[in-house]
Design a protein around this ligand. Structure first.
Ligand code: PEP
Ligand code: MN
Length: 353
């Protein structure tokens, strides 16, 4: 249940509402109060509330509206907010802001990991020239083996900031632990939460307390409901700027790195108002499948793509097998724009018919 608080409610009226809520919901159920950009909401699991209790709540002067939801996730639900969330990234810094979820698909591209100044800057300029709008690059890498390249850390963040200054591209980079959130946020325009951390709840709360956009990747073997509940943690902590990223889930077949679940895109459009993008690089683990799966992601209605690009994929320190070249990126960007026009046209034609 979501209680929307009347914006003119006095502090006495609010205090009374909290008191009533505490009494009728019991001490073991958390009551979450969230200030979203335009309204204050209180979220509480209401399955055990009886009609009498609900009526008492409705009578409270501080209550503007009560939205009853059947799903365990609340604030991210389409039933709570019908309009799709549109997220502008890079608006707080010296770069070209980009809007995600507004209709035109956005292409995010760059190396898996920041490896060196030369590698990052040359890739960043190539990404820009290819028409992508956001630069990706990992400075802190969550590697499966402790003996693999772990990223350049702080130096990598500084190089990303330099690449942004040179190209005007907003940057996205991964944050792996709560203690590093503020540091990474000083550099990034979007904070990426990787698949291995989708249920790192202290990390979700830490990025939720900041206002910076967050890209939340789907967990390695997470259900859609678990994924939406992870997003709910971030939004309930006060940050509504969450972008979901489908990057494939574990499967039985080793021919591809993961199994790209494209059905989740139209399904998520029904369940949530948050924008969803697709990562065909990690979903397939194969350079030759990135282009067709980019096409498929856009056709399924994704708000954008995130792609790994390397000037010399064979020499990449991380995820070279799935990295495309800047030339391939250019083709995908151009095709994405054409597909968006086509789909937009088809949509308009369907409305007229
Ligand atoms: C990445 O984006 O390089 C990455 C590590 O992705 P994921 O968390 O999806 O594996
Ligand atoms: Mn990678």
């Amino acid at each position: 249940m979501i209680i929307v608080v009347r914006s003119q409610a006095t502090s006495e009226e609010r205090a009374r509402l909290i008191e009533v809520l505490g009494r009728i919901s019991g001490s073991l159920r958390p009551i979450t109060m969230t200030r979203l950009s335009n309204r204050e909401v209180i979220t509480v699991e209401s399955s055990l509330l009886d009609t009498l209790a609900l009526n008492e709540l409705r009578r409270q002067a501080a209550v503007e509206d009560i939205v009853q939801l059947q799903t365990p996730y609340k604030l991210v639900s389409r039933a709570f907010q019908d309009a799709g969330t549109v997220i502008t990234v890079g608006d707080a810094r010296e770069c070209d802001p980009v809007t995600i979820g507004a209709g035109a698909p956005v292409v995010i591209a760059g190396p898996c990991a920041v490896e060196s100044r030369e590698q990052l800057l040359s890739t960043a300029h190539a990404v820009k020239a290819a028409g992508a709008q956001v630069l990706r690059g990992g400075a802190f890498k969550p590697r499966t083996s402790p003996y693999q390249f772990q990223g350049l850390g702080l130096e990598g963040l500084e190089l990303l900031a330099e690449a942004r200054a040179q190209t005007g591209l907003p940057i996205i980079t991964e944050v792996m632990e709560p203690a590093m959130v503020e540091t990474v946020a000083r550099f990034a325009d979007i904070l990426q939460i990787g698949t291995r951390n989708m249920q790192n709840f202290p990390l979700l709360l830490a990025v939720g307390r900041l206002g910076l956009p967050v890209l939340l990747k789907r967990g390695l073997a997470s259900t859609i409901e678990e994924w939406l509940l992870a997003a709910e943690y971030i939004v309930a902590a006060g940050n509504p700027r969450v972008i979901l990223c489908e990057r494939g889930v574990r499967s039985f077949d080793p021919q591809t790195r993961n199994m790209l679940d494209l059905a989740c895109i139209p399904l998520l459009h029904q369940l949530t108002h948050l924008p969803v993008i697709v990562d065909p690089s990690h979903a397939t683990g194969r350079r030759d499948l990135v282009h067709p799966m980019s096409r498929a992601g856009i056709a399924a209605g994704a708000a954008g793509l995130i792609l790994e690009v390397h000037p010399d994929p064979g020499a990449a320190l991380c995820d070279g097998k799935q990295s495309i070249t800047p030339q391939e990126l250019r083709t995908i960007v151009r095709e994405t724009q054409l597909m968006a026009q086509l789909m937009n046209g088809a949509f308009l034609a369907a409305q007229v018919a």
